[in-house]
Design a protein around this ligand. Structure first.
Ligand SMILES: NC(=O)c1ccc[n+]([C@@H]2O[C@H](COP(=O)([O-])OP(=O)(O)OC[C@H]3O[C@@H](n4cnc5c(N)ncnc54)[C@H](OP(=O)(O)O)[C@@H]3O)[C@@H](O)[C@H]2O)c1
Length: 291
């Protein structure tokens, strides 16, 4: 069983490698080794390696910068999926592609299901949605896993940014009007491993789009308060660091964010028996390890 991880140096790429290297033959490609915007290279490499599974963890993930650096975001998140799916289809590989809660506009009051219409409100979300459509048009044996608010001990993410800001300032202002859920990358990678095991064991499943995120749902302010609380307990931050509540309208940001992008993850549970994990436990663990 051969697995190819593309975008292997990102948060998710590294977590997938950590989980899958234990039992599988894993080949990894970083951006330097395989730039997914290079059509010919992607095709040649995939056909040469001939993996059974391809995990595409490569993406343009800077939501704010995507508003101005439009060509790069579009090429990486959308156009590149045409080449990846073409080569995957040619060799009969199963593709796992990752997408985002930011494909939704946030106007729904409940959590979003896979069947809900996606209408992005920022350019990053637009490029990710076109990427999803290119996967659906390009092949049949695919999984699109939409996730939210990834965090880990590595790379750039909200948890690490909040701790850094808490070290530099005594007062942080974080929004209360954007709801979704933090997802620990190793929990997501483990969910993908359960899906692969399920398929390899010959159990019943369907290809298509799935949601997977952590629990409980919260807003960025609630997430920040939890991060600060743990960091204080671990003596990483001083007791006088405070988190102030603000609204998105008070932020000077170019990219709009949905007020509600909570993902309903009941489909992955129904088809693959995968339960959402509580992100609080992982947060405790990673902040403890930052010491
Ligand atoms: N981060 C989140 O909060 C979040 C939330 C929802 C969904 N997602 C989705 O989850 C997936 C994984 O996100 P992540 O947080 O692991 O992202 P990440 O840490 O930013 O990693 C993305 C990786 O893709 C690489 N990459 C960028 N352009 C590339 C190219 N042209 N060719 C090959 N590799 C390229 C990056 O390399 P460089 O570092 O060299 O640029 C980086 O290693 C993405 O599909 C993302 O859209 C993320």
């Amino acid at each position: 069983m051969k697995i190819l991880i593309i975008g292997a140096q990102g948060q998710l790429g590294k977590a997938l490698y950590d989980i899958f290297k234990r039992k599988y033959n894993v080949i990894i490609k970083t951006r330097q080794q395989m730039d997914i915007t290079n059509d010919e290279l992607v095709s040649n490499e995939i056909i040469k390696i001939k993996p059974d599974y391809i995990f595409n963890a490569a993406a343009y993930t800077d939501v704010e910068k995507a508003e101005t650096d439009r060509d790069s975001a579009l090429n990486i998140n959308a156009i590149a999926l045409k080449h990846i799916t073409k080569a995957s289809r040619e060799i009969g590989a199963i593709l796992f592609h990752f997408s985002t809660d930011y494909v939704f506009d946030g106007n729904k009051t409940e959590a979003y299901k896979e069947t809900d219409v996606a209408v992005p409100i920022n350019f990053y979300g637009e490029t990710k949605l076109i990427g999803e459509e290119n996967v659906r048009k390009g092949m049949d044996k695919y999984f699109i896993i939409r996730t939210s608010w990834l965090f880990s001990e590595r790379g750039t993410n909200f948890a690490k940014k909040i701790i850094k800001q808490g070290m530099e300032n005594k007062s942080l202002s974080i929004v209360t009007d954007q709801y979704s859920s933090p997802t620990y990358v190793l929990d997501l990678a483990s969910a993908v491993e359960r899906m692969v095991q399920h398929i390899n064991n010959g159990k019943k499943f369907e290809y298509g789009t799935y949601h997977y995120g952590g629990l409980p749902y919260t807003n960025w302010n609630g997430f920040a308060k939890k991060i600060i609380e743990i960091a204080k307990r671990e003596n990483i931050l001083s007791e006088d660091v405070k988190v102030k509540e603000i609204l998105s309208s008070e932020l000077d940001s170019m990219a709009k964010r949905p007020s509600n992008s909570r993902l309903d993850c009941s489909k992955i549970k129904r088809i693959f028996g995968i339960e959402q994990k509580n992100w609080n436990e992982a947060l405790d663990h990673i902040i403890f390890n930052l010491k």
